[in-house]
Ligand binder design. Structure first.
Ligand code: SAM
Ligand code: SF4
Length: 332
């Protein structure tokens, strides 16, 4: 279906057709690379309402957005998330090609069927280790069995599951082959992700940063990786795994920059839209949504696109993070 109003194109000629929406900054886990232990969360009254999020999503679709990913924080802890997914899923009749979600999986037994009924077909579940003790340590108290039950529920409901694994030196770097074999046996693709310097966390990110070339070398000692042209709209670059028939993707914001092909912007739970994960450049849309003013909304989005940075400048060696906000504000 053609977009009713001009497409979202930035000053570098990149078409934005993918929006990630953080529906809450809250989470039931506290992954050490993502959050500080004593995170202060936003007051609930500052959040966009579900109706405002759905209205914004509809406006994005009118401007040519084809993919929307719900994320967070943990999207499944936002009250009414199932209904929000239904409202956004209905936009497939207006030109949305795909609604997806990134989740820690713990609440999927409760929501997987509703997400499928809303039109979701694929879901990313974050899982950095298959070792229950290590999982509890990384997530500061999370229970691995809950995530595994969530993954089972997603699969039973008919969702295609992809696993996201942040590569952490000295933490899970001995487990890449095990995770790839486990995913392959279950028919899941796996994306490995380099840790990014977003927000203060306890400990130094440079100590756990692992360039994915090292992870790939470890995998190639056991598997045959064949470069693939497969794309899902995100930044993962995939290989087919000859031995399993599944794929492994590499998300390398630090070691192999992919900003030239960036196709996305990110909405926070309070209606701030960021042009780039690694910069503060933003526009505030909450009051515009409350005023129900589509023209001002378009102007704000056009302003954002004009200033969307060409690339992030993540530097893991710098002591301070690239931006003060944590990944849970803008979602992954
Ligand atoms: N709670 C959900 C989850 O964990 O999947 C969704 C939000 S989480 C912020 C999205 C993704 O970002 C997860 O795969 C997580 O591992 C990843 N992530 C969080 N902080 C990160 C960081 N500093 N660098 C790289 N990836 C990060
Ligand atoms: Fe929560 Fe996801 Fe961040 Fe872990 S990565 S603390 S699950 S938001």
């Amino acid at each position: 279906m053609p977009a009713a109003t001009p497409a979202l194109i930035d000053a570098h000629g990149r078409t934005i057709d993918y929006v990630r929406v953080s529906v809450t900054d809250r989470c039931n886990l506290r992954c050490s690379y993502c959050m500080a232990e004593d995170m202060a969360f936003l007051p609930r009254r500052d959040l966009l309402t579900l109706e405002e999020i759905a209205g914004l999503a509809r406006h994005f679709v009118k401007r040519g957005v084809r993919r929307i990913r719900l994320t967070g924080g943990e999207p499944l802890v936002r009250r009414g998330i199932g209904e929000l997914a239904e409202a956004i899923g209905a936009l497939r009749r207006e030109g949305l090609a795909e609604l997806t979600m990134t989740t820690n999986g713990t609440a999927l037994p409760k929501f997987a069927r509703q997400l499928v009924a809303a039109g979701m077909r694929r879901i990313n579940v974050s899982l950095d280790t298959l070792d229950a003790g290590k999982f509890a340590a990384i997530t500061r108290g999370g229970v691995l069995a809950q995530v595994l039950a969530g993954i089972d529920a997603a699969q039973e409901a008919g969702l295609t599951v992809k696993i996201n694994m942040v590569a952490l030196k000295g933490v899970n770097d001995g487990e890449f082959a095990r995770m790839l074999a486990w995913c392959g046996a279950r028919g899941y693709d796996l994306s490995l992700i380099e840790t990014m310097p977003l927000g203060e966390v306890s400990g130094s990110r440079s100590e756990t940063y692992l360039p994915l070339a090292a992870a790939r070398a470890a995998l190639e000692a056991r598997f045959t990786l064949i470069p693939s042209t497969h794309r899902t709209g995100g930044p993962s670059r995939y290989c087919d795994v000859a031995e399993t028939g599944a794929r492994v993707g590499f998300i390398t914001p630090l070691s192999a920059n992919f900003c030239a092909s960036c196709n996305r912007i990110r909405v926070s739970a309070t209606g701030t839209v960021y042009g780039c994960l690694g910069h503060e450049q933003k526009v505030e849309l909450r009051e515009i949504m409350r005023a129900n003013d589509p023209n001002t909304l378009d102007q704000a989005l056009d302003h954002l696109l004009k200033g969307k940075p060409a690339r992030h400048d993540f530097d893991i060696a710098r002591a301070e993070p690239a931006v003060a906000r944590h990944m849970s504000v803008t979602g992954g």
